[in-house]
Design a protein around this ligand. Structure first.
Ligand SMILES: Cc1ncc(C[n+]2csc(CCOP(=O)(O)OP(=O)(O)O)c2C)c(N)n1
Length: 629
């Protein structure tokens, strides 16, 4: 059999294939995905689940004239392969290579970029309305996972779709999983539809009728399915109540059925939802068996699915183990996640304290307000979340938590550059957007042991607290048996010195120490301060070193705009102190994906670069010292 995939340069090449060839192509795509992602890491499970769906979409629709909007867009690898990027698949998430999500700047076929969940329906509706206003004829297709519907925004969009457009196609790619098992009433609702015996029976009949009667059968079955679904769920039929016509469920791996169904849906003069049942990880046994692990991961063995063990504990693990210990001794502690149980480490907490563990679905705003509600009743919610996803809950943090001064603890994993996931996932803004809020305390540990101390401190603190820590492995230090409370707003002097003072925040400390040694070698007595607090910052220490040293250097894994260095500048200004400050952090631009070390080098977050930036001030310091002699 002739190999097909290498001949696919654009969707036009897909349209030329016969059904048996499309089936063959699906298998070739799977094989290539499994082998390629084994080397790069990435979202293998979700992509293996949408191979046939994506093929059928490209067979029936015409991107870039038609627009595909993928929710999260972590499942867009197959789309990338079919739109001229197959040869570059092995560069995905690699420096200078393809992004792991859809990116408008990467291809004209990527009509909408994403990385955060729940945006597809609103964006697709925006496109549909704009198309209607300008008299366009193109199709807008939104591909959503079942977990898309745990997002509040998806329902905000649904509330508007039917009143604003007559032409929008929504594909519900239902595999019953978010990263972990999908949760809540919506997940149960989908499950009820899928497991209903009438629907299952129709499902089987659809396939066999399709073989006999072709496209007509689809129309017949679609109508029947619609009626059955209406009868089955009753007048409350979710999508219909929102004015969307529901079709399905259909087998999301049956290419001819999907093609015929899309051809039919394309002609509808009403917004439609196609419910497609898919299997996450399909065709790769380890991923079929362990959906959670193979949602997204680093490199793995393509034969066995095995991954390399991490050398030392991750910050997420230390967070979870500490929370378990704290909760063992404090029955008011509860843990809340928004669909990120394994990512944050809370899957370790869950079996130990099941009644105090809450996964609320991809519902960041709800999670924060829910935590605020619990805090009013004397509970101590620890809200585990990635820094980047907390952005979505900004108003609840302001209005519900900080304004009411409620003791909610935000434990922000992936605080700092996240690396190969890229700009949608870098956690580079939380200091800026939290530091401006009254009442909140913002801490950043230098290592895992200090993370435990900060969590203990947060437990005791009567107001809102945020703690950020980096992605991945910690420094390897032992976490002491009993954590200790830190004094709020007090830094730690790691090494003393008189000429230069480096204020280091969090995991920048090793780099700060390296810089100090470089400065010492050049004859500058250098102090290093582990700042610990981004808010309130240690004013006393800032003042002391402003008086003593001739140069302050701040180092943070965060944007410079409004970050820790800015807080130091503000403090100097408030205390009417005048000393040069060199600030090291990320510039005012979105940082691309890549390896953390390489990006730090490129953007000057290294000791070498800090030394270069300090040169003019060091020269002045030298002449000042000469003058004093
Ligand atoms: C706002 C936000 N919160 C959390 C995440 C992390 N996340 C990425 S994919 C995903 C689950 C998506 O599930 P689903 O939409 O059903 O797609 P599937 O992976 O099952 O195909 C989650 C929670 C995110 N991307 N955005």
């Amino acid at each position: 059999m002739e190999e097909l995939l290498s001949g696919i340069e654009s969707p036009a090449d897909v349209k030329r294939l016969t059904i048996p060839q499309l089936t063959q192509l699906a298998e070739e795509i799977r094989e290539r995905l499994i082998l390629s992602v084994a080397k790069t890491g990435g979202h293998i499970g979700p992509n293996l689940g949408v191979v046939e769906l994506t093929l059928a979409m490209h067979y029936v629709f015409d991107t870039p004239t038609d627009s595909f909007v993928f929710d999260v867009s972590h499942q867009s690898y197959v789309h990338k392969m079919l739109t001229g990027r197959n040869r570059r698949l092995q560069t995905i998430r690699q420096p200078g290579g393809l992004n792991g999500f859809m990116l408008r700047t990467e291809s004209e076929h990527d009509s909408y970029g994403a990385g955060h969940a729940g945006t597809a329906l609103s964006a697709a509706l925006g496109m549909a309305v704009a198309r209607d206003m300008s008299g366009g004829k193109e199709h807008i297709v939104a591909l959503c996972g079942d977990a898309t519907f745990t997002n509040g925004i998806s329902f905000e969009a649904m509330n508007n779709i039917a009143v604003q457009t007559k032409r929008l196609i929504i594909v519900l790619n239902d595999n019953a999983w978010a990263i972990d098992k999908n949760v809540g009433a919506i997940a149960e609702y989908f499950h009820k539809i899928v497991t209903n015996p009438t629907v299952a029976m129709m499902h089987d009949r659809a396939a066999s009728m399709l073989e006999r009667f072709g496209g007509k059968a689809v129309r017949y079955m679609a109508r029947k399915a619609e009626e059955a679904a209406k009868g089955l769920i009753g007048p409350g039929m979710l999508f219909e109540e929102f004015g969307l016509s529901y079709f399905g469920p259909v087998d999301g791996h049956n290419i001819p059925l999907l093609i015929e169904t899309f051809k039919f849906l394309k002609q509808q003069n009403k917004p439609v939802v196609l419910h497609a049942i898919t299997q996450k990880g399909r065709g790769f046994q380890p991923a079929e068996e362990k959906q959670k692990k193979f949602h997204g991961l680093g490199p793995y063995n393509p034969e066995t699915g095995e991954t390399k063990p991490v050398d030392c504990k991750t910050y997420s693990q230390v967070f979870a183990e500490t929370l378990i210990r704290l909760a063992d001794g404090n029955d008011k502690i509860v843990a809340i996640t928004a669909a990120m149980s394994s990512g944050t480490g809370l899957d370790l907490f869950r079996p130990r304290h099941p009644s105090r563990y809450f996964d609320v679905g991809i519902a960041e705003e709800h999670a924060v307000i829910f935590a605020a509600g619990m805090a009013t009743k004397g509970y101590k919610p620890f809200r585990a979340i990635y820094s980047t996803f907390l952005q979505r809950a900004f108003d609840p943090i302001v209005h519900d938590v900080c304004l009411q001064n409620l003791p909610v603890v935000f434990c922000m994993d992936r605080g700092g550059l996240s690396g190969d996931d890229g700009p949608t996932h870098h956690g580079l803004f939380d200091i800026s957007y939290l530091r401006c809020l009254p009442n909140i305390v913002h801490m950043v540990p230098k290592d895992e042991d200090e993370l435990a101390d900060m969590m203990y401190t947060a437990m005791l603190h009567p107001g809102p607290v945020a703690i950020r820590y980096p992605r991945g492995a910690g420094t390897g230090v032992a976490v002491k048996a009993i954590p200790r409370a830190l004094e709020i707003g007090v830094s730690e002097l790691v090494r003393d010195g008189n000429d230069v003072a480096i204020f280091s925040l969090g995991a920048m400390l090793p780099e700060a120490m390296r810089l100090a040694e470089m400065l010492e070698r050049e004859g500058f007595s250098t102090a290093v301060i582990n700042a610990r607090f981004a808010k309130p910052i240690d004013r006393t220490s800032v003042a002391e070193f402003a008086r003593r040293a001739g140069l302050l250097i701040t180092m943070e894994d965060h944007v410079l705009a409004g970050g820790f260095g800015s807080a130091v500048l503000e403090s100097l200004n408030e205390q009417e102190l005048d000393v040069p400050v060199v600030r090291i952090g990320w510039p005012d631009q979105f940082i691309e994906h890549g390896k953390v070390e390489a990006l730090r080098e490129k953007y000057g977050l290294t000791a070498e670069s800090a030394l270069e930036k300090s040169r003019p001030y060091l020269a002045a310091l030298d002449s000042r010292r000469l003058a004093l002699r």
